[in-house]
Design a protein around this ligand. Structure first.
Ligand SMILES: [Zn+2]
Ligand SMILES: [Zn+2]
Length: 139
C-alpha cells in the first residue's frame, strides 16, 4: 500500500474504513465528516441477487415448521435479523439454500460458515417466542 493516509483530512494515518465505501479514515471526527455526504456502497453488479424463487414444491413433513404470516412478520420486524441480512454474503447463502435442489446439504455447509448458526438461532428464537405465547393457556 503506497499511502496509509486518511482520505478525509489527508493528514493522519488511517485506522478504519467506511463500512459502505471502504474509504480509509483516521478518526470518528473524520468519519462523521465523511458521512455528511452519502457515500456509494460498494456493490459490484454480480452481487445483485434476483429474487426469482425456484419452482419447487413445498416439502415439509412437520407442519409446525411452516411459519405463519405473523411469525414471518416477527422475523421481518426483528432488527437483529434485518441487520444480519445486510450482509451480502448471508443473503447469497440464504438464496443459495433456498434455490438449490438439495437445501439440507447446503444448510449443513452454511452452518459451518461464521455467523450463520447465530443467524438461524436468531430466527428460531423469534419463532419459538411466538410459539410460546401461542401455547400459553388462556385462563
Ligand atoms: Zn482523518
Ligand atoms: Zn463511505
Amino acid at each position: 500500500m503506497a499511502s496509509r493516509q486518511c482520505q478525509i483530512c489527508q493528514e493522519a494515518q488511517f485506522k478504519y474504513k467506511c463500512p459502505s465505501c471502504l474509504l480509509p479514515y483516521c478518526s470518528l471526527a473524520c468519519f462523521k465528516k465523511h458521512k455528511e455526504n452519502p457515500c456509494q456502497k460498494l456493490t459490484p453488479q454480480e452481487e445483485t441477487i434476483s429474487m426469482v424463487l425456484p419452482e419447487r414444491a413445498f416439502e415439509v413433513d412437520e407442519t409446525n415448521w411452516i411459519l405463519g404470516s405473523d411469525q414471518l412478520q416477527l422475523i421481518a420486524q426483528s432488527k437483529a435479523i434485518r441487520d444480519a441480512l445486510n450482509d451480502i454474503e448471508l443473503q447469497k447463502l440464504v438464496y443459495k439454500i433456498d434455490s438449490c435442489s438439495n437445501p439440507e446439504e447446503e444448510l449443513d455447509k452454511a452452518m459451518e460458515r461464521e455467523g450463520f448458526p447465530q443467524f438461524t438461532e436468531m430466527i428460531l428464537s423469534v419463532v419459538r417466542s411466538k410459539n410460546q405465547t401461542l401455547q400459553q393457556p388462556n385462563t
